[in-house]
Design a protein around this ligand. Structure first.
Ligand code: SF4
Ligand code: SF4
Length: 216
């Protein structure tokens, strides 16, 4: 799931600025799980805005703020209320989708979008993927060197680990030890000597679009 964190409220209020009327759009998916954009957070933000003298003229929650069709329907009453601005409590993708469906209204994010993460237990999410577009998990024992190694090294360790911990952040295990152990446990140690293509991030042209229809 996409992991989001709330922006500091002062930052959100600065975005709202002089706007007198505000609408709030929440997201029933990842942001609800992260407690950054569900019903309770919508109510909480609405109360803060009202306390600050703003009028919350409409609120809604989309099943997925990143899905245009559902968002389109949810934005009808928001557009009808014609607020001075909309605050979207989703990931950055959702904010952009909401903005597309509010052509004349400024849309602001209330969250920072952090990463694609695994919910390891309730309220704890570990970073697991940074959408690098060239997945190497098949050669690294399903341990992602891009997110798990502080230097995102794809061809082996830097050599700085101490007692199995990363030299950059000793709270974390060295990713390459995890990769070694996993490859050993699954009988794939030969993959360690494979040369993986250095990540030439310059190769990626943004923005990218993926379409199952063969064209945009
Ligand atoms: S290598 Fe890591 S960052 Fe890249 S796609 Fe695979 S899991 Fe995601
Ligand atoms: S100590 Fe390990 S995890 Fe940390 S930067 Fe070096 S190789 Fe990566």
């Amino acid at each position: 799931m996409i992991i989001t964190q709330k922006k500091p409220i002062e930052e959100v209020m600065a975005l709202v600025g002089d706007a007198k009327t505000v609408a709030i759009v929440g997201c029933n998916s990842c942001a609800t799980a992260c407690q950054t954009g569900g019903e309770p957070q919508i109510k909480e933000l609405a109360a803060i805005l009202e306390q600050a003298g703003k009028k919350v003229v409409a609120t809604t929650i989309a099943d997925y703020c990143c899905m245009n069709l559902g968002v389109k329907a949810k934005m009808k009453p928001i557009n009808a209320a014609n607020p001075d601005c909309v605050i979207c409590m989703s990931c950055g993708d959702g904010v952009q989708c909401v903005a597309k469906n509010a052509p004349t209204i400024p849309v602001y994010p209330s969250n920072n979008t952090m990463y694609l993460g695994e919910a390891v237990k309730f309220g704890v999410w570990e970073e697991s993927c940074r959408f690098c577009g060239d997945c190497v998990l098949g050669q690294t024992g399903a341990v992602c060197p891009i997110t798990q190694c502080a230097k995102s090294l794809v061809n082996g360790p830097c050599g700085g680990q101490k007692n199995g911990k990363c030299e950059v952040n000793p709270e974390n295990p060295c990713a390459w030890i995890k990769i070694y152990e996993r490859l050993e446990a699954t009988g794939q140690l030969d993959k360690l000597s494979m040369r993986r293509k250095d990540k030439g991030y310059g190769d990626f042209a943004y923005p990218r679009t993926i379409s199952l229809r063969g064209k945009k």
